[in-house]
Design a protein around this ligand. Structure first.
Ligand code: ZN
Length: 110
């Protein structure tokens, strides 16, 4: 579970770190910071905030009767912590402007 970006505490520079759900805590000084989210698309390419993606599967939109078709392009995704979003790791807006949560395995980077 080690993440090279967060391998050391930014406050005391010690590397004795405790990784929790969404944060890393330094065992030495108690400093806590948000863990970098690592999200990959259906092809294993890393995704970042602001990326555009294309759906690889038809997805039913929860709480509505609409379906997002495979091939739909979604701009400016935001990565979210899957532990807090029922396993969904992408927060996005449909072309119609509706907010949706998507699993990264159903998209590929556009
Ligand atoms: Zn520290």
């Amino acid at each position: 579970m080690s993440d090279p970006e967060n391998a050391r505490c930014p406050v005391c520079t010690m590397d004795d770190l405790l990784e929790r759900e969404a944060v890393v805590e330094c065992a030495t000084c108690g400093h806590e910071w948000a863990r970098a989210l690592v999200v990959h698309d259906a092809n294993g390419h890393p995704l970042a905030d602001g990326d555009a993606v294309t759906l690889v599967k038809d997805l039913k939109v929860k709480g509505s009767s609409s379906t997002l078709k495979a091939g739909t392009k979604i701009k400016k995704i935001r990565l979210v912590d899957p532990a807090r979003n029922a396993d969904h790791d992408i927060d996005a807006k449909t072309p119609e402007g509706m907010g949706v949560l998507i699993r990264s395995k159903w998209v590929r980077k556009a």
